[in-house]
Structure formats: structure tokens, C-alpha cells
Design a binder for this molecule. Structure first.
Ligand code: 5AD
Ligand code: SF4
Length: 452
């Protein structure tokens, strides 16, 4: 039986970071406005989009495997289209048409606004459409943001896209291009629009948010343009919570640290990507800060804000990382007591500076270092999570659990995921939860009061 009645059912599979997650939501809104419908699953879809990530080789390899399976499916199904958006579309570009000859479209991150138009053209018989970032055939259109159709209690708002840094391991400057900041007014309009639709929490997002606007907007009373933006978002009625993702340790100055004390809506959690605890490796990575500078910021945050939650990104096995360098990272790990950490084994990315460095580290060594940090993380995250047992937490309820629909989940201000039994009407609301249990990755509790 054919479950795809009208040939307009799409399915988007998202890999990688929150920026990609947001781009997928944007594409979904655009496709809905073109009259396409979301499919219940990949199997029942006749349009499949892989919104890809290039940060690590493994993610690219997995996506190519999936594309090759989709190519086989295309041979046996009429009216079936599939393609790639996101970082791989820019990183591999035309090469993708060689690896997967039947692919219908390849659209780079800066051009995803064209997705509706691309599908319309494919449906009209055009074949193999390619939009790299440099393409002039279509332009970015921020208006589309206001036409968002997918609205949840917590929304990601892009404030900048692209990156001007030069981290030796990273492919993002190549895939997303140079940084473009959205005008402040446009961001504030979008936040206003979102709260009118019922959004309670906004996450201001970009590759490096704390460098927002530094080349165009002057500092005011010692406050950076990003801090000025935070203050303006804070003053919008209806915004209950503010987060941002990700800051860079350089440029995380006192004006930003003070925001955690001065702006009550700013959640007491920071994602602070340190990458390494060794100054020698940080230098080789071209990260312009030292271990001491990073620690000073984190100590201040923990001193000023009760139970300040800190998460990080760390790379193990960067070229030339010695036992001593790794020991420094281990030490830093113990010293900071991270709530959460994303630990990555260094992945060689062609075209980056690190790809041609001597002393590439064998996989077996990176894996061993990875396991050591993961073990440490299990201990620290459990200890940090236990600090919340017996407390009452305001939980912004996101959705029912996939395992048990009677159980709901949401996040506390410290970005702890909480599971509890409760009625579905709480989705999108802030519920008061008494925490009774902690694991390494989540908390659970009972409903104390329905709404905060
Ligand atoms: N190998 C491993 N991890 C990487 N990251 C970026 N590039 C690489 C790479 N080549 C990690 C960094 C960054 C996160 C998003 O991905 O830790 O903060
Ligand atoms: Fe990549 Fe560095 Fe830019 Fe982050 S700051 S996106 S790690 S180049």
C-alpha cells in the first residue's frame, strides 16, 4: 500500500549543532508555506533532506552511507527526491554529485532559504540543483524568520552566522563562511514575535555570540554589543528565560559575567568551550587564551552565582598532544567540576591547518584519553546533579517522554533535564517540580505545584 498520497511529504534528518537544528526548523516552516507536509517517518516521505554536519569525519561518512541508501531507493520509487543541506553541502560541494550520482539537490548553509524554490523546480522537472554559499541565485531573507510555523516553548534565535576565528582543527569557517551579524532590531523583533506566539525561553545563537556586533556597534559604559543585546532581550515582557550558545572564552569579560547577577532571566548555565587544558595545545589550536584566563572566568562565575552550571567542549588527541598536555586537561577537568562536557576525539579535516601538522596522534591513544575523560565526567556530572535533590525547580516543560507518554520532560534554569509524571496541558508551561532522584544525565521528581 502506498502511504504517500500526494507526493509532497517531506522528512528532515538533522545532524550536528543547534545552528543546524534551527536551520531545519526554518526549512520546515518554508516547506509548509510552499504547501508541503511533514511525513510521519522517513519511510513514508517522498522528499528527504539530510541537514548535515562536517565538524567530524565520522558524521560525514555516516551521512554519505545514508545518501547512498537513498539513491538506491530513488531507483525504485517514482516521485522521490533527496538531497543535502548544511555544512557538508559546502565542504564537499560538487563532489557529492560524484559520490552519490542520483542526488537531487545540494544546498549550502547560507542558502537554505531556497529550499522551497528548489523543490518546486525539481517537481517541475529540473534535475540536480546546486547552491553553494557563493551562489547569487537566491539571497538570505530574514523575513522568513517571522513566518516561522514551528513554535515551541523554547526557541533558538540566530544572532550571527559564520565564524572569523581561525581554530586550527575547525572546518566551520570554510562551511559557514565569514561572520554575518543580524541587526539588533531584527533580532528583537523576532523575539517579540516569538513571545506573542507563546515562547517563554530564547536561546541567542551563533558560532561565537560574545563577539556579536563588535565591528559595528560601539561599547556603551563598558558594555559590549552582546551585553547590550542581552539587556534589550531581557527587557521584553513575556521572555522568562534567556540562554546563549556558544560564547568564546576570549572576550568573556566582566560585563558579561555581571549579567548573570544583574539579569534575573539569564539562566545560571554557561556552555564554555575550553577545548584543552594545556597552554601549549591551546596555542597550537590557535585559541587566543590560556588555561589560567579560562579558569579565572569560571571561578568568578561559580563564586557569583549559586550552583552555576558549566558545560564545555574538549578535544583529545589534537596533533602533538603529549601525555603531559593531556594530564593538564585532566587536571582542569577535575578543577572545574563540569556539569556536562562534550568530549571529542580530534578528527582530521582536510583544508584545516591542523590537517598538515606533524605528530598526528594514533586513534588508540585518542580513544584511551577519551575514555579517561568520559569516566571522570560520569563522576562529576552525577555529583553536580545530586546537588539538586530535595530542591524545588521551575521546569519549562517541553514534551512527553518517548518511552512513556505519561511522563513529561523539560529543563531547569541550570539546564538540567527533568522527568516527571504530569498532565499534557503543562507542555509549554513552567511547572514546579520537587526533585527526588539524579542520574549522570538527568533528574526526576514529582509535581509540587502545577504552574510557577
Ligand atoms: N575534531 C574534533 N572535534 C572538533 N570540533 C570542531 N572541530 C573538530 C575536529 N576537527 C569540536 C570543538 C567544537 C565542537 C562544536 O566540535 O570542540 O567546540
Ligand atoms: Fe570553529 Fe573555532 Fe569558529 Fe568555534 S570559534 S566555529 S571552533 S573556528
Amino acid at each position: 500500500m502506498d502511504l504517500r498520497p500526494v507526493g509532497r511529504q517531506f522528512f528532515i534528518r538533522t545532524y550536528g549543532c543547534q545552528m543546524n537544528g534551527h536551520d531545519s526548523e526554518l526549512m520546515e516552516s518554508i516547506l509548509l508555506s510552499y504547501g508541503f507536509q511533514p511525513a510521519k517517518s522517513e519511510d513514508t516521505a517522498n522528499i528527504i533532506i539530510l541537514n548535515t554536519c562536517s565538524v567530524r569525519e565520522q558524521a560525514e561518512r555516516k551521512a554519505i552511507g545514508r545518501l547512498q541508501r537513498l539513491a538506491r531507493r530513488k531507483k525504485s520509487e517514482e516521485d522521490f527526491y533527496f538531497g543535502v543541506t548544511g555544512c557538508m553541502a559546502q565542504n564537499l560541494g560538487l563532489e557529492l554529485f560524484h559520490c552519490v550520482p542520483d542526488i537531487d539537490f545540494v544546498i549550502a548553509p547560507r542558502r537554505i532559504h531556497a529550499i522551497g524554490e528548489v523543490l518546486r523546480r525539481l517537481k517541475n522537472g529540473e534535475r540536480q540543483i546546486y547552491f553553494p554559499n557563493e551562489s547569487v541565485e537566491t539571497s538570505e531573507n530574514n523575513d522568513v524568520l517571522y513566518r516561522r510555523k514551528v513554535i515551541k516553548a523554547s526557541a533558538f534565535v540566530t544572532i550571527a552566522n559564520g565564524c572569523n576565528m581561525n581554530c586550527a582543527y575547525c572546518i566551520v569557517p570554510k562551511t559557514r563562511g565569514r561572520e554575518i551579524c543580524r541587526p539588533m532590531e531584527s533580532i528583537l523583533h523576532e523575539v517579540q514575535f516569538l513571545v506573542e506566539k507563546g515562547v517563554r525561553e530564547v536561546t541567542l545563537g551563533g558560532q561565537i555570540v560574545n563577539f556579536y556586533g563588535v565591528r559595528k556597534i560601539p561599547f556603551k559604559n563598558g558594555k559590549s554589543p552582546f551585553v547590550q543585546l542581552l539587556e534589550k532581550v531581557h527587557s521584553i515582557d513575556g521572555v522568562d528565560r534567556i540562554r546563549f550558545l556558544s560564547p568564546h572564552p576570549s572576550g568573556f569579560r566582566d560585563d558579561l559575567i555581571d549579567c548573570y547577577s544583574n539579569l534575573p532571566k539569564l539562566c545560571p548555565h554557561v556552555h564554555f568551550p575550553i577545548q584543552s587544558g594545556s597552554d601549549r595545545i591551546l596555542r597550537a589550536m590557535r585559541r587566543p587564551y590560556t588555561r589560567q584566563m579560562a579558569l579565572k572566568i569560571l571561578h568568578k562565575l561559580r563564586r557569583n552565582i549559586p550552583l552555576m552550571a558549566i558545560s564545555t567542549d574538549l578535544i583529545v588527541g589534537f596533533p602533538g598532544e603529549t601525555e603531559e598536555d593531556f594530564r593538564q586537561t585532566e587536571q582542569l577537568f577535575s578543577e572545574v567540576d563540569f556539569d556536562m562536557a562534550f568530549i571529542f576525539k580530534y578528527s582530521l579535516r582536510t583544508g584545516t591547518q591542523a590537517a598538515v601538522m606533524d605528530n598526528q596522534i594514533p586513534e588508540i591513544v585518542s580513544e584511551e584519553r577519551n575514555q579517561i575523560l568520559l569516566k571522570k565526567l560520569a563522576v562529576t556530572s552525577y555529583r553536580r546533579n545530586r546537588l539538586f535533590i530535595d530542591s524545588r525547580q521551575p521546569v519549562l516543560v517541553e514534551a512527553p517522554s518517548t518511552k512513556d507518554p505519561a511522563v513529561l520532560w523539560g529543563y531547569t534554569p541550570h539546564h538540567k533535564k527533568v522527568f516527571f509524571h504530569g498532565p499534557r496541558k503543562l507542555i509549554g508551561q513552567i511547572a514546579d517540580i520537587k526533585i527526588s532522584k539524579a542520574t549522570t544525565c538527568a533528574l526526576s521528581g514529582t509535581l509540587a505545584d502545577e504552574l510557577v
